[in-house]
Structure formats: structure tokens, C-alpha cells
Design a protein around this ligand. Structure first.
Ligand code: SAH
Length: 287
């Protein structure tokens, strides 16, 4: 029995030791908080339920800051500041002001230790925070918590009137969906009606601590000059209905009369519709 107990124990310890060594090796190169010794224990403190995967690569952090095209006088909003890895890189740029939203009080304390007059840390839930209360011209960025990334992006669209640009790290799969490079869903149409979207780069999981199970991707949203003025809740309800089934023909989802009026073939399926066709149908249904 004793032998068996030992056998089961050893692999666990080896795994732990390997993890620690690889983390120590990475730490040399990394943009960890100044009290980085404490950060070795960070993984213990990190909360899975809040999607806390710290982006360690200085290279990737700098690319994100670059993609945001920060120039003098810019106001930036970072979502999910965590340990402040990205925040510090952003502060190297000539921005005028940076707001950091973070839900976890422990992380908020860490962020508040960053000494820079330009930073304001706010403990808040980014899925429902009134983003326009921070200004009317905000560049938004963040390594988003993946479990609520779609909800956060939905909230960005809600407050689009004050957000001309966003550069966001999301799960690669979600990123591809949002920019329309994979099977579209309601969120694809929801975002692309108001923003031009692009997929900028993929980021492998080894750049994070702890490693997420999925590959990540950086996307950019640029607000369109001309976007329709419509009721977001009603539009979302329409889109979720439209994308409720891949197999169903749109003729089985909406009245044939409305489809014909919008010039659409009732035999089409949701993913075959262009953005213009979707909007046309929405407008006919809303009339
Ligand atoms: N920016 C950091 C951490 C990213 S992890 C880095 O790149 O290293 C995602 C962060 O979002 C975590 O710190 C987590 O606590 C925070 N978070 C999770 N849910 C949130 C929410 N609803 N609103 C705001 N922040 C949230």
C-alpha cells in the first residue's frame, strides 16, 4: 500500500516542479509587477472563475499597445487590468489618461500600487458598466476574461458612441467568429453592423500564466462612420432568432411576406445572408 501511495505522489510533485521551473525561466523575460517575488505564488491566487490568465509576453503586450495606435492626448480604457502587465506597457505610451476596470478586489489593490498620475483604477463589472461615464472618446483595450468576453463586447457595442476603437484579446475561436472568418453567429452581425473588424494575430497559450486551454487571438474594432441607428435590444433579439438554427431555412423563422418584401429567398439559411440582407430584413420586420 505504502509503495502505491508513493507512486501516485511522485508524478504530482514532478509536475509541480516542472511548472515552477518553467515559470521561473519565463519570469526573467517577463513584465511582472515589481514585487515579482510574490508573483511566483500568483498562480495560487489567480481565480479561474474570473478568467485570470496573465499575459506574460512583453512582445505581445507591446504589439497590443501598438495596435491601439495611441497618440498624445488619448484617453484609454483597459478592461480586466489584473496584475497590471498590459497597463504598464500602455503607460509607456503618450496617453493622457487611462482608466482600468477590474472586478477582483485583490487585483484592484495591485493595480492601485502603480504610481502614475494618469491612471484611475475602478472596481467594476465590465459587462454592465456605463462606459460613456468615463468620456466620449475612449480607446478600449484588454486581455478579456474569456468566460464573459462576448458580454463585455456586447457592452462595448452598447456604448459605441464613445468608443471609436478597440483592440481586444479573446479566445481565438471567438475572435474569428466576431470578424466573420468562421461560421457567423448573432454576435458577428451585432458587432459588424457598427464596427469594421479585423483579426490581427493569434497568441499561443504558452504566453499566459496559467496556460488557458485554448489559443488566443487579438482583434480590432474600428467604429463605422455611418452605422444604422436602431434599438439594440430589439436588434439582438432578432439576430438571436435568425441564428437560432443553422439548419432551419429562414422561411421557417420569419413570415414569408416579410422575406419577400426584403427580397430574400425563404429557402436560404441564416449564415448565407449578407450583412445588408440581414439589415433589410430587420427593417422590414420593424416597420
Ligand atoms: N490584463 C491582465 C489580466 C487579464 S485576465 C493581463 O493581461 O495580464 C482578465 C482580467 O479580467 C482578470 O484580472 C479578471 O479579474 C478580470 N475580470 C474578470 N471578469 C471581469 C468583469 N466582469 N469585469 C471586469 N474585469 C473582469
Amino acid at each position: 500500500m505504502a509503495g502505491r501511495a508513493q507512486q501516485t505522489k511522485v508524478p504530482v510533485d514532478v509536475k509541480r516542479a516542472r511548472k515552477l521551473i518553467s515559470f521561473l525561466l519565463m519570469s526573467f523575460n517577463l513584465n511582472l509587477p515589481p514585487d515579482w517575488k510574490a508573483s511566483i505564488f500568483l498562480e495560487v491566487r489567480l481565480r479561474k472563475d474570473l478568467g485570470q490568465h496573465i499575459l506574460l509576453s512583453k512582445g505581445v503586450l507591446s504589439r497590443i499597445a501598438e495596435f491601439l495606435c495611441i497618440s498624445e492626448g488619448d484617453k484609454v480604457l483597459e478592461i480586466g487590468g489584473g496584475t497590471g502587465n498590459l497597463t504598464r506597457v500602455l503607460l509607456e505610451r503618450p496617453l493622457e489618461k487611462i482608466y482600468v476596470l477590474e472586478i477582483d478586489p485583490v487585483m484592484v489593490e495591485t493595480l492601485k500600487r502603480i504610481e502614475d498620475e494618469r491612471i484611475t483604477v475602478i472596481q467594476a463589472d465590465a459587462t454592465r458598466f456605463d462606459l460613456c461615464s468615463l468620456g466620449d472618446d475612449l480607446k478600449v483595450t484588454g486581455n478579456l476574461p474569456y468566460n464573459v468576453a462576448s458580454l463585455i463586447i456586447e457592452n462595448l457595442v452598447r456604448y459605441r458612441s464613445c468608443i471609436p476603437l478597440a483592440v481586444l484579446m479573446v479566445q481565438k475561436e471567438v475572435g474569428l467568429k466576431i470578424v466573420g472568418k468562421s461560421q457567423p453567429g448573432w454576435i458577428t452581425l451585432f458587432v459588424n453592423t457598427f464596427y469594421d473588424t479585423e483579426y490581427l494575430m493569434s497568441v499561443p497559450s504558452r504566453f499566459f500564466l496559467p496556460r488557458p486551454k485554448v489559443v488566443s487571438g487579438v482583434i480590432r474594432l474600428r467604429r463605422k462612420d455611418k452605422a444604422p441607428d436602431l434599438n439594440l435590444d430589439r436588434f439582438k433579439r432578432f439576430l438571436t432568432r435568425l441564428f437560432s438554427s443553422r439548419k432551419k431555412k429562414i422561411g421557417n423563422l420569419f413570415p414569408k411576406k416579410a422575406l419577400l418584401e426584403a427580397g430574400l429567398d425563404p429557402n436560404m439559411r441564416s449564415h448565407q445572408l449578407t450583412q445588408d440582407q440581414v439589415l433589410r430584413l430587420y427593417n422590414v420586420l420593424e416597420r
